[in-house]
Design a binder for this molecule. Structure first.
Ligand code: XMP
Ligand code: MG
Length: 181
């Protein structure tokens, strides 16, 4: 598995430290609201979601949503399909979407517009990774773990063809791996 990684972009300790910082910021921002519902976007959010939730020092609830985008496997097409909806009624709730990565922003723009229709009290977005160069959709992001360059990354929840999610770091995949697929 590690031989498919070109280099480590963000190490395990760096992730841990940044997750703690984000959790402290979120805890401070939501303390007086008395309500927080984390909505993880499956499956890439999995590792980030559980680490972030455990580090937030507030009562909170968690739920998950799953979407799939049509198109090539290393790029999202912007045409998004809902695979699994929330179990929770988010009306009048303070909702924080938890994402692994924002690339074009099309996935989040779609999700955000869908969830806003359900009248949450507030809706914010937290992403571990952000590729600012690639943004085409104008979507407000409230909490960003790391801005990263435009390379295909895997690990800590992120996959290529469902592999590499269990790597403890964020690594850049060797292009040969997806070019030869
Ligand atoms: P958009 O373009 O809609 O894409 O913001 C967001 C989704 O695209 C996937 N994505 C990646 N997945 N490494 C991955 O493992 C990457 O470098 C990468 N870039 C985009 C991901 O599913 C994300 O939710
Ligand atoms: Mg994703």
């Amino acid at each position: 598995m590690r031989q498919d990684i070109d280099y480590i972009l963000i190490g395990e300790d760096q992730i841990k430290q940044r997750v703690a910082e984000l959790a402290a910021e979120i805890s401070a921002d939501y303390r007086d609201l008395g309500d927080l519902l984390l909505v993880g976007v499956l499956k890439g959010c999995a590792m980030f979601m559980v680490d972030l939730a455990r580090a937030i020092d507030l009562p909170l609830a968690i739920d998950f949503i799953a979407v799939a985008s049509y198109g090539a496997s290393t790029e999202s097409s912007g045409v998004v399909r809902l695979i699994k909806d929330l179990d929770t009624d988010i009306s009048q709730r303070h909702v924080l979407i938890v994402e692994d990565i924002i690339d074009s922003g099309l996935t989040l723009a779609y999700l955000r517009s869908q969830l806003l229709r359900r009248n949450p009290a507030s809706l914010r977005i937290c992403t571990l990774l952000n590729k600012p160069e690639r943004r085409t959709a104008d979507v407000p992001v409230d909490y960003i773990g790391f801005d990263i360059p435009n390379a295909f990354v895997v690990g800590y929840g992120l996959d290529y063809a469902e592999r590499y999610r269990n790597l403890p770091f964020i690594g850049v995949l060797r292009p040969e791996v997806y070019q030869s697929a």
